[in-house]
Structures are given as C-alpha cells and as structure tokens.
Design a protein. Structure first.
Length: 111
C-alpha cells in the first residue's frame, strides 16, 4: 500500500512548508530595513573605531555589535561600532574564543 502525503503546493499556499525549518534568530533586523540601517550606521561612522584609536585611518566596512546578539545583545545603535573587516575579524575571534587565522607564506613561515 502506498502512503499518501499532503500536497506541498497546498501547504505552501497556506503559508506553511513542512520542509522549511525556520532559522534561529537572535534579534537581528533583516531585509530592506536591515540594509538601510547598515548603510546609515556606516555613513554615521565612516572610519574604523579601533584603527582610529590606534592613530590609523581606515574606512569602516562592518557594523559590529559590541555585545553580540548571540550573547544577549541588541540590534540598536548604542550597541553598534563600525569597524574595518580586519578589526571585525579580530574582535569576533576575541568574543567567541577562537584564534585569528595565521597566514602562511610560500616558504612555510607565518606572515
């Protein structure tokens, strides 16, 4: 005897797809609103905050959460600092307990 499953098309029309698992969310603002917030935050703080503190001038490319969303932070302007991608990678590694990846040269020694 053949088992009949409900038609997926009918389930999609009702807004429920049994094959779709909702992604876990941490309060991140997504979609068009999220894109606009990202643009506004980078325009408000065009230089990397960490580089600026060290006397370097680099453009910020990533709005970073001071307290990560995964650790209970919020997606509000007071929890955002704009960083360059290099500083963002270092901060993320510090916050989540991973080490920054060391680049290896052709000769086999760290760069």
């Amino acid at each position: 005897m053949r088992l009949r499953l409900p038609c997926l098309r009918a389930l999609r029309v009702s807004g429920v797809n049994p094959m779709h698992r909702p992604r876990e969310r941490h309060g991140r603002i997504e979609g068009r609103r999220g894109v606009e917030l990202r643009k506004r935050r980078l325009a408000a703080e065009p230089l990397c905050r960490d580089c600026k503190a060290r006397g370097r001038v680099r453009a910020s490319t990533v709005p970073d959460h001071i307290k990560p969303l995964a650790q209970g932070g919020t997606d509000t302007d007071d929890n955002i600092r704009c960083l360059c991608s290099e500083c963002h990678d270092k901060r993320t590694a510090e916050q989540f307990g991973t080490r920054a990846r060391v680049m290896i040269g052709v000769d086999g020694w760290p760069i």
